[in-house]
Design a protein around this ligand. Structure first.
Ligand code: NAI
Length: 269
């Protein structure tokens, strides 16, 4: 039943140019591969996993797309500029900007240093701001009715103790995306969020390898399954495609029902 394969569904995506940030692992990697299967041209951004990024590039070629690997830190303005230049110089356009890169750490809020706070905010929220607005500037310049997709989380609406910087960054992404969608809707540029729940990626490796913690997470998911990266990648392909041509300012949650107040599932309350 699970969509674990790499699908090809949206013919209009063929030949379109995308940047995927943080594409050397987890959700970014699955999305880059899915875009490759859709025969897109993909700038595979990585922070420090060069080999993994090159493997993703090879995989995209195998799937029938085109790709280049490009190092860059999304919290740095000049690095985002370089990613956009890479899309332009290698592939001549930018149609889809997938701001996926994100980090988290676990700390009591009253013990969190300003440095730790700033780090998560600068990658997750400022990185998404930079990626979105620079892509929009390019699209306006080249009269492209493109799609901006931002990787948010169920934590754009669900509070998360010990992860105050993360929850704040994702909550901020909700209004970042909605504001940009409103501001540029008239230009035909769509801006949407994906809101994953608990997905099987390196960010959760430690948690899911501990049986007790894994059970704890499963008890919070009405569908009683951890999600797979491909189940998120399919939503990115949909939001990028013409099939979502009238969808903007939305967060599409991909969470097995995680934010439906699971403690009410048995009729309690
Ligand atoms: P991951 O840790 O495999 O992926 C994060 C990627 O971002 C890595 O490739 C990392 O190298 C890259 N990265 C980190 N800092 C960067 C920077 N400054 N510049 C460029 N790249 C950078 O974990 P995962 O799960 O694939 O995370 C991807 C996104 O999905 C994140 O934004 C995360 O918050 C979000 N997410 C993940 C969920 C999950 O259950 N896995 C749930 C909800 C949201």
């Amino acid at each position: 039943q699970k969509n674990k394969g790499v699908w090809n569904m949206y013919n209009d995506l063929k030949g379109q140019v995308a940047i995927v940030t943080g594409a050397s692992s987890g959700l970014g990697k699955a999305i880059a591969k899915r875009f490759g299967a859709e025969k897109m041209k993909v700038v595979v951004n990585y922070l420090d996993q060069e080999k993994e990024a090159k493997d993703v590039v090879n995989e995209i070629h195998r799937l029938g797309g085109e790709a280049v690997a490009e190092q860059g830190d999304v919290s740095k303005e000049e690095d985002l500029d370089r990613l956009i230049t890479s899309a332009h110089e290698n592939f001549g356009s930018l149609d889809v900007m997938m701001n996926n890169a994100g980090i988290q750490t676990e700390t009591y809020s009253h013990e969190m240093s300003l440095e730790e706070w700033n780090k998560v905010i600068s990658v997750n929220l400022t990185g998404t701001f930079l990626g979105s607005t620079k892509a929009i500037a390019y699209m306006l310049d080249h009269q492209i009715k493109g799609s901006i997709i931002n990787m948010s989380s169920v934590h754009e609406v669900v509070p998360w103790p010990y992860f105050v910087h993360y929850a704040t960054s994702k909550g901020g992404m909700k209004l970042l995306t909605q504001t940009l969608a409103l501001e540029y809707g008239g230009k035909g540029i769509r801006v949407n969020n994906i809101g994953p729940g608990a997905i099987n990626t390196p960010i959760n490796k430690e948690k899911f390898s501990n049986p007790e913690e894994r059970e704890g997470v499963l008890s919070m998911i009405p569908m009683k399954e951890i999600g797979e990266p491909e189940q998120v990648a399919s939503i990115a392909a949909f939001l990028a495609s013409e099939q979502a041509s009238y969808v903007t300012g939305c967060t599409l949650f991909v969470d097995g029902g995680m934010k439906l107040y699971p403690s009410f599932q048995a009729g309690r309350g």
